[in-house]
Design a protein around this ligand. Structure first.
Ligand SMILES: [Zn+2]
Ligand SMILES: [Zn+2]
Length: 353
């Protein structure tokens, strides 16, 4: 398996972002990403996908879109549509129709910032997902780095502090979002997880001061998707695009917060008598299943099945656990950073059936 690092969910001047696709590609090259997926609001920008190169290095830039029904107030139900051949905007009023359309066009659908709060200070409403009767979506954006900002800026002073020291922001996915995910998993659904930066690289003006807050580079060092591919990226757009979307759709990987320390190298697998499963896979519940994991460094590890905590290790770099029960098993890891406990690694589930 070949591990690659992909940052996704970001905006350019084609919607409400501050930069252009080439700025994103340059930031991705500077930060050492393998790929980025740009998702402007309600527009599928065409003709800019491909490899960008600089000084002998390359990064793959892919383009999806973030869609919502713009006639709805407030504008709930944002969906990230990735890999679709067709433009999905304007979004229909019924989010199920959008999910089905995207699926028919070969697209993956991730519910964006499914649970978040309002930032009343900036007049930003809560734009959570509300229509939970929808089915057949690919997964959830369990961690949205921008949405999290809404939780940490009760005053303008906090806003300024975080604009200057953005590393203070990220703590982890919202517990309510993880609960929503676990409820779906416990109901027997397959739900893949992604982390989104929701990078906008917007310019903030306060009196004489003007500053790009949360630039693309900053986000690209933060909440990333680590995907495990059957072969390395070849440099050929169509083939590499397919590899990345297959891994995202299958949940073959994990969400890693790379700013405190690189999460590269995390692995989680399940082993039966004559079967083996990686993240995103199913394995038959026949006899004892050994779940095992290893991390790039020691951390607090939590192993969950359908949301229930099976075991916690206070500080460990590897673990094994013998289980028999069917369910969706997933791993979380936390470590301290800048004086606080931060989410570090969130695996996709292994489904024991
Ligand atoms: Zn959104
Ligand atoms: Zn967004």
């Amino acid at each position: 398996m070949h591990e690659i690092v992909v940052n996704l969910h970001m905006h350019t001047r084609y919607s409400d972002g501050g930069g252009l696709h080439r700025d994103i590609a340059r930031a991705a090259l500077r930060t050492g990403l393998d790929a980025v997926i740009v998702t402007d609001h309600n527009v599928l920008v065409r003709g800019l996908e491909g490899y960008y190169e600089e000084a002998g290095r390359r990064v793959l830039l892919l383009i999806g879109e973030e869609i919502h029904d713009q006639s709805r107030k407030p504008q709930k139900n944002h969906v990230l549509v990735l890999g679709s051949a067709d433009e999905m905007a304007p979004a229909p009023g019924d989010p199920q129709l959008l999910i089905s359309r995207a699926r028919n066009a070969g697209g993956l659908t991730f519910l964006a910032h499914p649970n978040e709060s309002a930032a009343t200070l900036f007049g930003e409403p809560d734009i959570s997902w509300v229509d939970w009767q929808v089915r057949d979506f690919t997964g959830l954006e369990i961690w949205n780095a921008l949405s999290e900002l809404k939780d940490v800026v009760p005053t303008r002073w906090h806003a300024l502090l975080h604009a200057y020291i953005p590393a203070l922001v990220a703590h982890g996915p919202r517990p309510a979002t993880l609960n929503l995910w676990d409820e779906l998993l416990a109901a027997g659904r397959r739900v893949a997880a992604v982390g989104g930066s929701d990078a906008h690289a917007s310019r903030l003006h306060m009196g004489p001061m003007s500053r790009v807050i949360f630039p693309y580079d900053f986000h690209f060092r933060g909440v990333n998707n680590h995907l495990l591919l059957p072969s390395p990226l070849s440099g050929e757009l169509a083939a590499d695009r397919r590899l990345i979307y297959e891994a995202l759709g299958h949940g073959r990987g994990f969400v890693g917060y790379d700013l405190p320390a690189s999460t590269r190298g995390f692995r989680f697998s399940a082993h039966g008598r004559d079967q083996r499963a990686l993240m995103g896979d199913e394995i038959r519940a026949a006899g004892t299943i050994t779940l095992q994991g290893r991390l790039p460094a020691a951390a607090e590890i939590r192993l969950l099945r359908d949301g229930e905590l099976l075991k916690r290790w206070a500080s460990q770099q590897a673990f094994t656990f013998a289980g028999r029960d069917p369910g969706a098993y997933r791993v979380e890891a936390y470590r301290p950073y800048l004086g606080q406990r931060r989410g570090w690694i969130f695996s996709n589930p292994i489904y024991v059936k």
